[in-house]
Design a protein around this ligand. Structure first.
Ligand code: SAH
Length: 454
């Protein structure tokens, strides 16, 4: 194998970029070396660990010239925990990297020349998550709790998570301290013994309501009263304590059975003026502050006057649909998960909307069916999963020719690919607005406005 560097070589490199896992990327005669802990615009001495045909891995030995954006990561388990990748980069540096990354992907993959605006970031890029799912383990008689290490099921044991709420931290610490005496012995994935698998904490940011879900192997909670007492004492804002029973040998967090242990079965939250009910298992955006920023942008781009029919494809529990319904004649939402559609209908009712309609099914089949039935969108909003829009849906859009398309995406690469298809089909990308929904991580959401030109 003829690579420009060999295992155990020591060399000084210039780091240019970051991978999706947050590793620095340097090129040696065009050959990429991935360097954990390295940042763009740094010169560093590295030790080559491994070389494959098209890329290799090297260890960061010494930073010769640090990035002006380098900071000390504040979290004690940064690097070990798989949750955050960018705590060693200042927030300003994170936003600059994300903006640049979106711009490059638009050009390189989509040949899109629309303006890419600066990323809308958070004023306080910490404690933003409204849901934590904390695995437990028992090792040498010690109860461990925290989050999984990158690409593994080993727990990075911690007593605090800086992107989670204080409530989540306090509950995690209390359950960890008292797990054994409460007969919540951590479940062991190998022996399949034990009781407590995950502690899930959800919070309605606007209402302050907190839900605790104990995911256990067995249905019986032998010390139920003591568990309730501890949770309520630690966190008086808890309005719902639930139990989910997962007795299967699986990586999936939740099982099929969910019971109320104490209080209500749901908590509520508001995004803008729209109210949402959240149950133990329902899908809900994890950063409600930035969700509002993202959906306000989508609403702005939709430019609704009140006379439009809007289709919201990949609508989930109808979060965007209900936002749009405030200003449209009617909104039709489609989503593949039937339970999410049930939630969407209930949320529409909870808010008194009478101009929404939701249907479960694949967007690429339901939307053509609606068109045949005479339901034509003036504005179409899509918010697909990471793999992007189904090609059949893009073909439908090009055939049915809505005036505007608002594309919300969690993956700039598939977004750029789909924008190219839509541009070739007669649309023009007007503006690209990234929004930072996940500070301290490499993720970025993007909302894009397209207008029909032909
Ligand atoms: N817009 C929602 C959720 C977006 S996530 C929100 O903001 O909350 C993407 C959603 O697309 C998921 O809920 C997923 O279940 C759904 N989905 C995936 N493939 C789909 C398809 N072919 N048709 C319709 N929905 C699909």
């Amino acid at each position: 194998m003829n690579t420009p560097v060999k295992k155990n070589d020591q060399l000084t490199v210039h780091i240019e970029d970051l991978t999706h896992d947050g590793a620095g990327v340097a090129k040696v005669d065009g050959y990429p070396l991935f360097i954990q802990g390295g940042l763009p615009n740094e010169a560093a001495e590295v030790h080559v660990l491994k070389t494959l045909k098209n890329y290799g891995f090297a260890k960061l030995m010494n930073i010769v010239e640090p990035s002006p954006f380098r900071v000390d990561a504040p979290c004690p388990v940064f690097g070990e925990c798989g949750g955050c990748q960018l705590q060693h980069l200042s927030y300003e540096g994170q936003l600059a990297w994300k903006e640049n990354m979106v711009r490059n992907v638009m050009k390189r993959i989509g040949k899109i020349d629309a303006p890419v605006l600066p990323v809308k970031g958070m004023e306080k890029p910490w404690e933003y998550r409204n849901k934590s799912q904390i695995p437990f383990a028992l090792e040498d008689g010690q109860v461990l709790a925290g989050f999984y290490q990158s690409k593994s099921h080993r727990i990075a044991d911690t007593n605090t998570c800086l992107i989670q709420s204080d409530e989540s931290d306090r509950l995690m610490r209390a359950v960890k301290e008292h797990a054994m005496e409460l007969d919540l012995i951590p479940y062991n994935e190998e022996t399949k013994k034990g009781q407590l698998r995950h502690l899930v904490v959800r919070k309605g940011r606007a209402t302050g309501e907190v839900m605790v879900v104990l995911v256990t192997k067995h249905a019986k909670l032998s010390k139920q009263d003591a568990i309730i007492e501890l949770i309520r004492e630690v966190e008086p804002n808890v309005t719902s304590i639930m139990q989910n029973v997962n007795s299967r040998n699986t990586n999936v967090i939740f099982g099929d059975e969910t019971n109320v242990v104490w209080g209500k079965a749901v908590i509520e939250d508001l995004i803008g003026d729209v109210r949402f009910e959240i149950s133990a298992r329902s899908f809900y955006q994890v950063n409600p502050v930035q969700t509002e920023v993202l959906y306000k942008q989508a609403l702005d781009y939709a430019q609704l006057s009140g006379n439009e029919t809007v289709i919201d494809a990949y609508c989930g529990i109808g979060t965007i649909s209900l936002f749009l319904a405030q200003q449209a004649k009617q909104v039709l939402g489609v989503e593949i998960v039937p339970q999410a559609i049930e939630d969407a209908k209930r949320n529409a009712e909870l808010n008194g909307f009478t101009n929404t309609y939701f249907e479960a099914g694949p967007a690429e089949e339901v939307i053509p069916k609606w068109y045949k039935e005479g339901q034509k969108a003036d504005v179409l909003v899509v918010d697909p999963p990471r793999k992007g829009c189904d090609e059949a849906l893009l073909t439908t859009i090009i055939e049915q020719r809505p005036k505007r398309v608002v594309y919300v995406s969690c993956n700039p690469a598939t977004l750029a690919r789909d924008l190219r298809i839509l541009e070739d089909g007669g649309y023009k990308t007007m503006e690209v607005q990234p929004v930072d929904m996940f500070p301290q991580t490499t993720h970025v959401e993007v909302v894009t406005l397209l207008e029909r030109k032909l």
